[in-house]
Design a protein around this ligand. Structure first.
Ligand code: ADE
Ligand code: ZN
Length: 334
């Protein structure tokens, strides 16, 4: 049995496996510029975040109908359940779909077909987080929030993703203020490729409650001290960091140093179809490559539930935490 965990950094579009991409392409009459799944997998060699994003946006062309989004989310939930995920807070990128003529309703209703049945079908509770693309304008983010208004009962929070460098958090101050006024929770990617100042700005200007990645905080001791003091969760994605070359190898990952520093770290998969593994695979990889002890792995699982947006269901959070506390490790933990 895998270690129970929450997944807090997961782009649903990044769970599109090559097999499903071709299946949806055939269903929708979309031509993909790859001969088959093997050739597509060959394209999964990334230089940096942008080279990944280019493929990530290209493959979204196959996602057109509510059922496509439902199938995508359902396939993720099945894989996540098999790896011990008990709660998932799932990002989606509506601007990438609106730009292709796919409506907000199609995306949210489609995802909801899977998320609304996730507890019965997969034993996973879920939340949905709408991400703004930071390489698009602040006005576009505002229009996206407006388009999401009819669906806000299904959306827990907002996030900020896509190409980081050159797109500092402050660009999105107003839309984050508007989202906060609507009662939405706030997170943002910061310090993945961008400098530690982007993390500080996300906290100070956007009022984020969690930082996605946050890896580069380690370059700024005063920032680390602040994140530790304020118990700001970081949603780390170790296999993603290796594939996007923000760290050289998994053995070089700063996760052990971050835990030693007292940071509230969590381990997540980011875009598992592209980066070689789901949440449990990330746990298994850091256990193997970084020699994390069982106490450390349990701490990571515990942190994931502490950092989750389960304030509206503390009873459930307590249940999940009890599962983590009672967990007995075997050799094949994931
Ligand atoms: N969109 C999907 N995955 C992302 C990542 N790791 N960083 C920024 N934007 C993303
Ligand atoms: Zn991400």
């Amino acid at each position: 049995m895998p270690l129970p965990k929450a997944e807090l950094h997961l782009h649903v579009e990044g769970t599109l496996e090559p097999e499903l991409a071709f299946e949806l392409a055939a269903r929708n009459g979309v031509e993909l510029p790859y001969a088959g799944t093997d050739e597509l997998r060959e394209a999964y060699r990334f230089e940096d975040l942008q080279s990944f994003l280019d493929l990530y946006y290209e493959l979204m062309a196959v996602l057109l109908t509510e059922q496509d989004f439902a199938d995508l989310a359902d396939a993720y939930l099945a894989r996540a359940a098999a790896q011990g995920v008990r709660h998932a807070e799932i990002f989606f990128d509506p601007q990438a779909h609106l730009a292709r003529g796919v409506s907000m309703g199609t995306v949210v209703e489609g995802l909801w077909r899977a998320l609304g049945r996730s507890e019965e079908n997969h034993g996973i509770s879920t939340r949905l987080i709408l991400c703004f693309l930071r390489d698009e304008s602040a006005e576009s983010a505002f229009e996206t929030l407006e388009a999401a208004r009819p669906y806000l009962d299904r959306i827990t929070g907002i996030g900020l993703d896509s190409a980081e460098v050159g797109h500092p958090p402050a660009k999105f101050r107003r839309v984050y203020e508007a989202a906060a006024a609507l009662g939405l929770r706030r997170v943002a990617h910061a310090g993945e490729e961008g400098p530690p100042q982007y993390i500080t700005e996300a906290l100070d200007v956007l009022g984020v409650e969690r930082v996605d990645h946050g890896l580069r905080c380690m370059e700024d001791p005063a920032l680390v001290e602040r994140l530790v003091r304020d118990r700001v969760p970081l949603t780390l994605c170790p296999l993603s960091n290796v594939r996007l070359r923000t760290v050289d190898t998994l053995a070089d990952h700063p996760l052990p140093a971050m835990l030693d520093a007292g940071l509230l770290c969590t381990v997540n998969s980011d875009d598992p179809a592209y980066f070689g593994g789901y949440a449990g695979d990330n746990f298994a990889a850091v256990r193997r490559s970084l020699g994390l002890t069982e106490d450390r792995l349990r701490e990571l699982a515990r942190n994931s539930f502490l950092a989750s947006f389960l304030e509206d269901d503390e009873e459930r959070r307590a249940r999940y935490l009890a599962e983590v506390a009672a967990y007995e490790f075997g050799d094949a933990v994931s």
